[in-house]
Design a protein around this ligand. Structure first.
Ligand SMILES: *Cc1c(COP(=O)(O)O)cnc(C)c1O
Length: 389
């Protein structure tokens, strides 16, 4: 044995991909990938323009470190700040690291205001990563157990309950930020009511807190706009993203504006790999492809079609409790734990995963076609029928 046993992978490995399809090297028939490496390969596998950008950049320059200026990093920062309405960018290699940066910014912001033990409000059902601080912010006792002591300075509020956070403000004058996902991903695809983010924004404004949005999963076109908050008419003070920004190349970013800017000073935060010429080139290419091909709109349109057709196809199935989502981030909640469905999916040549025990999660590529949407519905329907046989 040579690998940790934390992953327990399914009995399949892939050797080649193209768009929404993956081949395992044994079967001729490919698998329909409705998970895309957990919202990572939003442009599909082996996208020719990404491959070309990686090969071209790798043949010129991969890494120099942040000891020197990196023009491609500056270019990507300009692109992302323009897209998001933010002002500054810090590049990392993963979502958790982007969130770590956001957490450190919130603390620095607190100390600047002479709050010596700053608190960050986080939500029930949240997922922010697996480093010690982001694990503490995450609401998963199973993930946390055995790793205590956790990091102090986090307080938890119920999901979708802005009143409870308002009440916290009355009892706690050390709160400096609220950190949340605009749609909870790992927690089971939970969408807040349409005015929730606005209410959190108002609370943050009234109390001088930073609003931190974790768009690691929802960002980069996934929900039908580049960032999800753009559909809510608000701007956070800090937004993080990662997953879909590199289409499989590791990259993350923490974007900030206004009072969240200039809190990092020379020497007090950094990353060796973050924002390398290669990572930045890939990020720029991903954004270019999303814009050029109107993929945010395609995600919105195809997502609507997928939800509508799933609802129709599964309307007679009494085990299906709910079908919900936005853009191409969709959950189907069943009436019992259903991890075994993923194995049935392998037989039916469709890839998805199960989160929060009984929610089938679909995160297909943003450039999916209508015909492929219909194939997802057909195969998934079959899987669910087999599961309950
Ligand atoms: C995946 C995810 C993370 C963690 O990202 P890593 O790249 O695995 O560190 C953080 N927040 C959200 C919302 C995520 O979905």
């Amino acid at each position: 044995m040579s690998l940790i046993s934390a992953y327990s992978p399914l009995p399949v490995s892939f050797e080649r991909g193209e768009g929404i399809w993956l081949w395992d090297g044994k079967n001729k028939e490919p698998y329909l990938d409705a998970l895309t490496g957990i919202a990572v390969c939003g442009l599909g596998h082996a996208h020719p323009e990404i491959t070309k950008a990686i090969c071209d950049q790798a043949s010129k320059l991969i890494h120099t470190s942040n000891v020197y200026q990196i023009e491609l990093q500056t270019e990507l920062a300009a692109k992302l700040t323009a897209l998001s309405g933010m002002e500054q960018a810090f590049f990392s290699n993963s979502g958790a690291e982007a969130n770590e940066a956001a957490i450190k910014l919130a603390r620095a912001y607190g100390h600047q205001r002479e709050i010596n033990h700053p608190h960050i409000v986080v939500l029930e059902g949240a997922f922010h990563g697996r480093t010690l601080a982001t694990l503490t912010a995450t609401a998963n006792r199973k993930g946390q157990a055995g790793y205590e002591p956790l990091v102090s300075g986090f307080i938890r509020a119920p999901f979708n309950d802005s009143e409870s956070i308002k009440n916290m403000a009355h009892h706690n004058n050390e709160i400096v930020a609220v950190m949340l996902e605009p749609i909870q991903g790992e927690g089971g695809i939970h969408l807040p009511p349409s005015d929730y983010l606005k209410k959190i924004r108002e609370l943050c404004d009234q109390n001088n807190w930073l609003m931190i949005l974790d768009e690691v999963q929802t960002g980069n076109g996934r929900t039908g706009s580049y960032f999800n908050y753009q559909q809510h008419g608000i701007l956070p003070d800090i937004v993080t993203t990662a997953k879909g920004l590199g289409n499989g190349y590791p990259i993350g970013v923490c974007l900030m504006r206004g009072k969240a800017c200039n809190l990092f000073q020379p020497g007090n935060h950094g990353s060796t790999f973050g924002g390398s010429p290669l990572a930045s080139r890939v990020g720029l290419t991903v954004i270019d492809i999303i814009e050029k091909n109107n993929l945010c709109k395609n995600a919105a349109d195809m997502g609507q079609r997928l939800i509508k057709n799933l609802k129709e196809a599964l309307s007679n199935n009494t085990h299906v409790q709910d079908i919900r989502g936005q853009g191409l981030m969709i959950g189907i909640e069943l009436d019992k734990p259903c991890r075994d469905l993923m194995k049935i999916g392998l037989d039916q040549k469709i890839l998805f995963n199960v989160t929060a025990d009984k929610v089938i999660r679909l995160l297909p590529p943003l450039n999916i076609t209508g015909e492929q949407v219909d194939q997802i519905v057909e195969r998934l329907k079959k899987c669910i029928e087999l599961f309950y046989q």
